[in-house]
Design a protein around this ligand. Structure first.
Ligand code: KIV
Length: 297
């Protein structure tokens, strides 16, 4: 494996807690959250000092190649949660409850939320929805599991919403969203993701809540921000939402690297002497001598 630059020694950092996020809101310090689905990304995010790592069900689209997040299963989520938990020791780890892991009954919701902590190594769970999920939120929180809410564009309801469109754009939709946010806070959520809602509405909701809001396509007035890591790294080019800022073009970098490797292999330019294992000359001569002996037997 080629090392391009030395990896900085990991700094011992205190584990981020839900309480620490609340304090950040009170102090006006923005919270940074990104998604991860594997060990190396989790390691890099932790070393970059990320406050929160979300193992999002966006996994289904950006890693597993599904059309949307609906096919993602508990087993797929837990598999990736474990990889992330092995890499990140300081960030608060939030596991995204997949479609139909919390909708059918409150009991199932609590049991599946518990699996994220027991079997996935997560610190908290996230689930989508407002008033229709209050009972589940209350029960999960009651079991001692921190819950992050998710309002606005909730991708698991893509068919009900008629596509991936911004939400809360009418006065009545805005009022409903505010009411849902207040209900989730009252039910015990420690934070709420606001996805694809008007910036002024997100700012207003953030000011009305004591718990921090984390925005994605919801403007700068939220208490924190989240993006899908594959979007900001330019690793997923099927489509890029308007609210994404692209910080790198890793898909292009990967294609260049693969093409260079292919050319090297075809021209026998790789491996070079520096990539080969040496054998002491004496040992090799002895080997050839013995081979000759054996060959003549
Ligand atoms: O699944 C996910 O990555 C998410 C974020 C977009 C918040 O829910």
């Amino acid at each position: 494996m080629t090392t391009l630059s030395p990896t900085p020694a990991p700094q011992a950092r205190k584990k981020t807690t839900t309480l620490a996020l609340r304090q950040k809101k009170e102090q006006g310090i923005p919270i940074a959250m990104l998604t991860a689905y594997d060990y190396p990304t989790a390691l890099a995010l932790d070393r970059a000092d990320m406050d929160v790592i979300l193992v999002g069900d966006s996994l289904g689209m950006v890693v597993l190649g599904y059309e949307n997040t609906l096919p993602v299963t508990m087993e797929e989520m837990l598999h990736h949660c474990r990889a992330v938990a092995r890499g990140a020791k300081s960030a608060l780890l939030v596991g995204d409850m997949p479609f139909m892991s919390y909708q059918a009954s409150v009991e199932e919701a609590v049991r599946n939320a518990g699996r994220f902590l027991q079997q996935g190594g997560m610190d908290a769970v996230k689930l989508e929805g407002g008033r229709e999920r209050i009972e589940a939120v209350r029960a999960i929180v009651g079991a001692g599991i921190p819950v992050m809410g998710h309002l606005g564009l909730t991708p698991q309801s893509v068919h009900q919403l008629g596509g991936f469109h911004p939400q809360g754009k009418t006065a009545s939709a805005a009022r409903r969203l505010l009411e849902d946010a207040l209900l989730l806070e009252e039910a015990g959520c420690f934070s709420i993701v606001l996805e694809s809602v008007p910036a002024r509405l997100a700012e207003y909701v953030s000011a009305r809540l004591a718990i921090p809001t984390i925005g994605i396509g919801a403007g700068a007035g939220c208490d924190g921000q989240v993006l899908v890591t594959h979007d900001l790294l330019g690793l997923f080019d099927r489509f890029t939402p308007k609210f994404v800022k692209i910080y790198a073009n890793l898909h292009a970098a990967m294609q260049e690297a693969f093409a260079a490797y292919l050319a090297d292999v075809r021209q026998r330019a790789f491996p070079g002497p520096e990539h080969c294992v040496e054998m002491p000359a004496g040992e090799w001569e002895q080997f050839l001598q013995e081979e000759g002996k054996n060959g003549s037997e």
